[in-house]
Every structure is written in structure tokens, then in C-alpha cells.
Write a protein that binds this ligand. Structure first.
Ligand code: S3P
Length: 432
């Protein structure tokens, strides 16, 4: 499936984007291991979260839904998972395979996890290394999936200094730590999303955070809870940029998760001159939530402060489109993690931007983009959902139609993107 996006248009009205992907994964994982039935609304019915659902069903957990965002998970307790009969297929989802590595390493049974072409290229040494230090036995294909996990190991708590800023690595170690003897602690080189810490507490597991060291004691248990998952700020980001760059826009995004470890995109766009009004701020189930009103505004290129990189890590593809529409140069550095996402997001975006006439200069850890006139043209997505949606939004300021190839992966994080975007003014059609 491809997207054909005609140039121009403005973004008006209001919409709620689908539920938060990180929180949806964790809802299933923690709900499955809890005592009692967990219910959630606002659950993301995207392929990634559905892979996590299927994996736990394969391990004997009864899960009803998701249906219209509602899901019910009958928890089996910390030691109630059953050996899966087949290889667990994590599809495109790095979060599923990396977090589940931490949960499966301490089980009594063996398991094997794999994924699609993109996932099979992604580094897993970042989770197998700390897990091995805890006593886990995991075989990989030279540090890549499939991962074969040998059950029956007794893990011990460690202190781990993370070499990279990654919430998936942090979460993996903490989840294994729940089963380990003694205390497990980590320190991260920069703050990353803290959904694991917040949600574990919501499920009644004590997590301490002192002097930037996050720790928990092994041997505890989780209690079922109910959650209202906010709209994913990473999905909202496409519309924040769309309404900022398209003349005559006035768009409201409802019920957006505003966790400070995720809201870097708003800070960056505001530094570039975007007009984003944060309305109706409230707290829902321990997470800050707000409605965001965005109106078009002239953007200016900036040097993106490096401390904001982990707080906007999934939003750079669409921020590069904002940079392409800004006056002057935008420079990103300290972002080498972008090279190991669903695609190498620096290379994928640079190639598409060049095809659309936007001058850019690629560096190992980032990119410099000079704003200019986006032309029409054909771009590849490299099987990456966020690249597909970013180039779709670029058409709002293009001089001709943009053809975005290979867009099936959009459903991993944002099912219904094209219809929702069309409803607020993007001239997008799906072509088979
Ligand atoms: C995620 C962490 C981030 C992010 C991913 C979801 C999570 O990955 O890119 O989309 O849910 O923990 P890294 O930990 O690799 O930065």
C-alpha cells in the first residue's frame, strides 16, 4: 500500500489520535503478571501492541479485546506464565522483544523470540549484555534476533550503568530485576521515558528513584489495576507539525499524554516558533494529559539542545519536516540512537528530503537541514511507519504531489492514520 498526497491544504478541526504505544505494551505485560483482572481503555490497536497481546496469549494468558480501545487481561501472577508452544513473533516491535527478554530470562521454561525483516536487523546486545550479567542465558544471531532464552536460571540483582539512553534497556533490566535475588539498580546517561517506573508503581510494585539511580527489590508482586491510556504524543506529533507548517491551520488534539519524559517535541517546536497552546491540563491515572491547540506559524531553524534528544526520540522524522519548512538551518547532534530504530532514521529521512529538493548534511550523530521549497516526488519508507507519516505531512508545503512507497507499516503504531488525517484536511489517499 502506498500513500498519494496532493499538495497544499490546511489542518482544521479536532481529533484524538490512538493510544500510547509504550503504555499499551506495558499494560499487557504488567496486567498478565498481576494478580486479578486489569482493564484498560484507550489501548492502541496497532500491530506492535497486538504482538505483545499475542505473545502473552501464547503463554496461556486470557485476554479479552482489544475492542474499541478496551482490553481486559486476566493476570496469572509473577510465576503463572506457561511455556509457549511456538516461536514468539514480535513483528516490527523493538519494545516487545526487548522488554520481554527481561521477563522471559527468569522463567522456568525456554522460549524463542523473533520478528520481521526490520526487527531482525536491530541490536539486541544492549539487552542480552546486562541480562547475562544477572545470570541469564540467551543466544542470539550475532547480537540480533532471533533470541533463544534458556529457562530455569536464577537471576541476581546488579547495578547497571547504561551505556546508551534507552528506555527499553532500562525497562528490560528492571523487569528482570523483579525476579532477581536482591536489588537491581540502573543509572542512565540521560533521562528516558519513565512509563515502566510509573506503571509498576501503579500496579503496586515499589520502584525507587534517588540521585538518578532507579532501583527495585526482587521478589515482589503486581496487583491488577484499571488504566485510561492517553493519546500517544508520538502520533500527535505528525499533526503538531502538520498544523504548524500548513497555512491557515487551527487544529486541536485531544487527550494527549504529556509525560515530561515524552514532551520534548513540544519544547523543540516551540523553540522553532510554533504556536502550541496547552489547554485543559489534568492528570489521568498518574500521567499528565492535555488538549493541544496548534495554529500555523512561521518556523525558524534552531540548534536542537542535546538534552532534549531522548525526550523526543521518536519524533525526529517529523521534526525534520518542520526543519525543511523553517527559515534557515536546523542542526541535530547527539542523536546516534536514531540509526538503530525501525530504520536508520537519519539516512532514511536524508534520502527522502534530498529527493524532495531539501538540502541536508548528514553526520554520524545527526543532520543539518536547510529550510527550502519542498518539491513533489517519490520517497521510500524503508519499512518504517514514522518515515511514511512524516513524508505524508510534508505534502502540505510541497509544490507537487508526494508518492510515499510501502506504507503498510503505518498500522504498527497508527492504524487509521490516513482517514484521520484526511478528516482534518490532508489530501491523502491510500493506493494499492
Ligand atoms: C520505547 C523506547 C524507545 C522508543 C520506542 C519505545 C519504550 O526506544 O524509541 O518507540 O516503549 O520503552 P529506545 O529505548 O530504544 O530509545
Amino acid at each position: 500500500m502506498k500513500f498519494l498526497v496532493e499538495p497544499g491544504g490546511s489542518m482544521t478541526g479536532s481529533l484524538r489520535v490512538p493510544g500510547d504505544k509504550s503504555m499499551s505494551h506495558r499494560t499487557v505485560m504488567f496486567g498478565a503478571l498481576a494478580e486479578g483482572t486489569t482493564t484498560a481503555t484507550g489501548f492502541l490497536e496497532g500491530q506492535d501492541a497486538l504482538c505483545t497481546v499475542q505473545a502473552f496469549k501464547d503463554m496461556g494468558v486470557v485476554i479479552r479485546g482489544p475492542e474499541q480501545g478496551r482490553i481486559e487481561i486476566d493476570g496469572v501472577g509473577m510465576h503463572g506464565l506457561k511455556a509457549p508452544e511456538n516461536v514468539l513473533d514480535m513483528g516490527n516491535s523493538g519494545t516487545s522483544i526487548r522488554l520481554l527478554s527481561g521477563l522471559l530470562a527468569p522463567q522456568t521454561f525456554d522460549s524463542v523470540m523473533t520478528g520481521d525483516v526490520s526487527l531482525q536487523k536491530r541490536p539486541m546486545g544492549r539487552v542480552t549484555t546486562p541480562l547475562a550479567l544477572m545470570g541469564a542465558v540467551i543466544d542470539s544471531e550475532e547480537g540480533k534476533p532471533p533470541l533463544a532464552i534458556k529457562g530455569g536460571q536464577r537471576l541476581k540483582g546488579i547495578h547497571y550503568e547504561m551505556p546508551m539512553a534507552s528506555a527499553q534497556v532500562k525497562s528490560c533490566v528492571l523487569l528482570a530485576g523483579m525476579y532477581a535475588e536482591g536489588r537491581t539498580s540502573i543509572s542512565e546517561p540521560a533521562t528516558t521515558r519513565d512509563h515502566t517506573e510509573r506503571m509498576l508503581r501503579g500496579f503496586g510494585y515499589e520502584v525507587e528513584c534517588e540521585n538518578d539511580v532507579i532501583s527495585l527489590q526482587g521478589g515482589g508482586s503486581l496487583k491488577a489495576t484499571s488504566l485510561d491510556i492517553p493519546a500517544d504524543i508520538s502520533s500527535a506529533a505528525f499533526f503538531l507539525v502538520a498544523a504548524s507548517i500548513a497555512e491557515g491551520s487551527d487544529l486541536t488534539l485531544e487527550h494527549v499524554g504529556m509525560n515530561p519524559t515524552r514532551a520534548g517535541v513540544i519544547t523543540i517546536l516551540t523553540l522553532m516558533g510554533a504556536d502550541i497552546e496547552v489547554l485543559n491540563e489534568r492528570e489521568v491515572g498518574g500521567e499528565p494529559v492535555a488538549d493541544l491547540r496548534v495554529r500555523s506559524a512561521p518556523l525558524t531553524g534552531i540548534e536542537i539542545p542535546e538534552d532534549l534528544v531522548p525526550l523526543a526520540i521518536d519524533e525526529f522524522p517529523v521534526l525534520f519536516i518542520a526543519a525543511a519548512c523553517a527559515s534557515g538551518k536546523t542542526v541535530l547532534s547527539g542523536a546516534e540512537e536514531l540509526r538503530v530504530k525501525e530504520s536508520d532514521r537519519i539516512a532514511s529521512m536524508a534520502e527522502g528530503l534530498t529527493r524532495l529538493g531539501i538540502e541536508n548534511d548528514v553526520r554520524e550523530d545527526g543532520i543539518a537541514i536547510t529550510g527550502g521549497q519542498i518539491t513533489g516526488g517519490e520517497v521510500d519508507t524503508f519499512h518504517d511507519h514514522r518515515i511514511a507519516m512524516s513524508f505524508s505531512v510534508a505534502a502540505l508545503r510541497a509544490s507537487g504531489p508526494i508518492h510515499v512507497n510501502d506504507c503498510d507499516h503505518v498500522a504498527t503504531s497508527f492504524p487509521g492514520f490516513a482517514a484521520l488525517a484526511r478528516g482534518v484536511g490532508l489530501n491523502i489517499t491510500e493506493v494499492n
